[in-house]
Design a protein around this ligand. Structure first.
Ligand SMILES: NC(=O)c1ccc[n+]([C@@H]2O[C@H](COP(=O)([O-])OP(=O)(O)OC[C@H]3O[C@@H](n4cnc5c(N)ncnc54)[C@H](O)[C@@H]3O)[C@@H](O)[C@H]2O)c1
Length: 328
């Protein structure tokens, strides 16, 4: 890995799940990190503040509270801190929520994205890495998903905005030579994870003795990526030499796991039998994801190493610790 101690990175969504871990890893390598987040209440802002508090322990971390859609605020950030590389992870995430609150996606994922990439261009940043999503593969059934497959059939607004990000990045790379790297992340999980995602929802419900909602009657398969593996891939995207001006990579575990196996591992770790409410497929969701990671291996040195058999126990151990009642 290159020496990062001379670098200033802008990490957007630094109080979010993945942004927190990426910021921590960059700081651990001696880089300066400017972290931006708006602490919105899509899920617990307290959890976001807790992550930010952890990051503020590092002397080379600068925390900025601002909304990406606020162009003057983002302009001021660039003028004051002059980041050399950008890791853009802030977004309105979630497939299901995009059916309920479409304008949150317009603001964060379209307006916010355009503001940031335009400033990246104006300030001639060395690399603009941004989170896309496995959801851009839409309803494709040919597995595993490879970057060469067509992705013009998104089946949710969330997926459409992520695909739009890739198309905007292509135009900026082509027109202005801005080096961009889009990462199609596949279901990332682990400590400090997201309370709106299945793994957290299941663990929380099981500990309370409540039923878990199992969609598509349990006929779901996901490529689950442990957070440390995702971070390794993201750091590769920020530092790998010899990338083209426009790049797209899958970041997954290259394994697809049935949901029932996840439930069984959670039962084992929590010592609780899950009560299951079997429900039909949710609109916008896909039955299976599976990442072909050959490109990321070859160009980013990406090497996913943590299967769910060891990742789920690590998540549960953190989950229990985080929710432990305060002791005097
Ligand atoms: N976690 C996954 O499995 C997964 C899978 C595919 C893609 N992604 C993408 O990866 C990125 C990070 O995901 P995550 O799981 O860490 O999500 P997250 O919701 O935990 O983090 C996103 C952060 O961005 C912040 N944010 C949102 N809109 C903002 C705005 N307009 N201005 C400033 N901050 C804003 C939020 O407050 C949040 O802290 C997102 O772009 C997401 O779409 C995640």
């Amino acid at each position: 890995m290159a020496d990062l101690s001379d670098y200033t990175f802008l990490v957007t969504g630094s109080a979010g799940f993945i942004g927190f871990h990426v910021s921590r890893a960059l700081l651990g390598q001696g880089a300066e990190v400017i972290g931006l987040d708006n602490y919105n209440d899509y899920y617990s802002p307290a959890l976001k503040r807790d992550r930010d508090r952890e990051l503020r322990r590092h002397e080379k971390f600068v925390s900025i509270e601002a909304d990406l859609a606020d162009l003057p605020a983002v302009e001021a950030l660039f003028a004051n801190h002059r980041p050399q590389k950008i890791c853009h992870l802030a977004a309105q995430a979630g497939v299901r929520y995009s059916l309920i609150n479409p304008f949150a996606y317009q603001k964060a994922n379209l307006e916010g994205f355009l503001n940031l990439i335009e400033l990246a261009k104006r300030h001639q940043v060395e690399r603009f890495v941004y989170a896309s999503s496995s959801s851009v593969y839409g309803g494709l059934t040919e597995l595993p998903f490879a970057e060469t497959q067509r992705t013009d059939t998104p089946i949710s607004l969330y997926a459409a905005t992520k695909r739009a990000n890739e198309l905007i990045a292509h135009a900026y790379s082509h027109l202005f030579g801005l080096p961009t790297v889009g990462l199609r992340l596949f279901t990332v999980y682990g400590p400090w994870g997201r309370p709106d995602m299945a793994m957290w929802l299941f663990a929380a419900a099981m500990l309370k003795g409540e039923a878990i909602k199992v969609f598509n009657y349990g006929q779901m398969e996901r490529d689950f990526t442990y957070i440390d593996d995702a971070v390794q891939g993201i750091l590769g995207a920020l530092t790998a030499p010899d990338l083209d001006a426009y790049e797209i990579f899958n970041i997954g575990n290259h394994r697809t796991e049935p949901l029932r196996k996840v439930i069984a591992l959670l039962e084992q770790e929590l010592g609780v039998k899950a009560k299951q409410e079997l429900l039909p497929m949710q609109p916008g969701d896909v039955p299976a994801t599976f990442a072909d990671v050959a490109r990321a291996r070859a160009k980013l040195g990406f090497n996913p190493a943590i299967p769910i058999e060891s990742g789920i126990p690590r998540f549960i151990s953190w989950f229990k610790e985080y929710h432990k009642p305060e002791q005097d």
